[in-house]
Structures are given as structure tokens and as C-alpha cells.
Design a protein around this ligand. Sequence first.
Ligand code: PGA
Length: 262
Amino acid sequence: MRKPILIANWKMNGSLHSNQALLVRMLAKLRPFRKTIDMAICPPFPYLFQVRDLLGYTGIALGAQNASRATSGAHTGEVSATMLHEMGCRYVLLGHSERRALYHESDDDVAARFQQVLSAGLIPVMCVGETLEEREQGWTMKVVQRQLQTVIDQCGMSGLAGSIVAYEPIWAIGTGRTATPEQVADTHRAIRQFLENCETGAGQSVRIVYGGSVKAANAAALFSSPEVDGGLIGGASLQADEFSNIGAALANTVNPVTSTLT
Ligand code: PGA
């Protein structure tokens, strides 16, 4: 049984003051779901320390938005996976489409970062997804498989099996345009089949979350398929009510009988 997970991607937003105000409100609202679902907050690097302290013993994990492909040394501006581990992170987002598009991170680059994150004992959240043009050409799975295969080639299937996959169609990120629940379920099913073909059991064990304009209003529909193990939430994770209502929608998908998962 896969435990659902809700991940907040704050992107390059926040301040010491606003983070504190947001988290104080948000943590109180998320409290009822702490045992039912896993949750993580991924703030910008400078706020990791602050957010770690505010999360305290809530059981909500800390995550980072990227990690360097290098271990240490002359890499001005980079942050290593071991540093993130030392800061208390549990998860690291990798290959986010904004990193790929705006900062030219290639599949190989993402796979090298993935290896660093695994080596540091952290859990990669591997973002994959197609552009609108690629979807319209019918290339969604071709693109997603290429993105996943590069990680498998460099880190082995056991590496990918230890990660979370985030399906984020690029055309749905920050656009207000959401993939339909059917499109999401179909793509998640196809990703699961691909993983299963690579290694028996992987298709069933890897958590696959959806990201792209998830809001409180559409969360229940998007999470309704058993193929969807949670969400990676951008804009709506900056609003306490929106994010906690998304958390409620995800927690509602869990059968009360199985909600005692660890
Ligand atoms: P969004 O972002 O929810 O604002 O579309 C999701 C993401 O980029 O991870």
C-alpha cells in the first residue's frame, strides 16, 4: 500500500516574516492529516533553517528544490545534497520543468543530481512531464520514458525505485490549466506500467504524484484515481487555506481502515 504524499513547492517565494505567518496558520490546519498522509514543505534554500525549526516535531518533512550534481568544491552558487541532508531535508525536487526550461538542465544533468541526492540518503522527487506540443503530437510517454530512462541508466532501477515520481505536464504548471483527472490517471497508469516492465514490483511500489495547477477546488477530482498518490503543489501551497483543503482532499482518499500506515 502506498501512503499518499502532499509536497509544497514554494518556488522563489517567501520572506522570513511571511513564511512564519503562513506556516503558523498552515500547520494548525494540517494537523488532522498528519497520520493519514505524508507531507513536505520545500522552501527556497535560505529559509530551510527557519522552516525546519517551525516544522519542529509536527511530522511534516523538509524538502529542497534542487541539489548540485557536484559533491563539493569550486561550484559557486551551488548547494550540495550532503548540505541539504545536514540541514534536515528528507526530500529533494529534481528536474522540475522550470529548472529544465529556464536553467537548461538536461536529462543527464538531472540524473547526475539524482545520484548525488540518493548518495546523501535523501529521497528524490523526480519531476517529469511533456510540453503542450508534445502532448498534442501524442508523445507524452515517449518524453516521460526518456526522462526516467536516463535516471535508470545512470542510477539503476533500484535508484529510481527509491524515489517519488512527480508527473507535471508543463502546460499545466502555473497556468491555471489543469490536466483532466482522466489524463492524469492514464499517464500515471502508463508510468506505472513502464516502471513495472523495468523491474517487477516497481510499478506498484513507487509513489507517483501529480503537479500542475492543483487547487482546493479540483484536488478531490484529481486525487480520485488510485493511480494518483498525491500532489506537488506550487501556487496553492502559498495559501494556508488552499493547501490545507488540498491536504483534506488527499486524506479523504485514504480508506480509514488503512489509515494507520506509518
Ligand atoms: P503550480 O506548480 O501548482 O503552481 O502549477 C506546480 C509545480 O510547479 O510544482
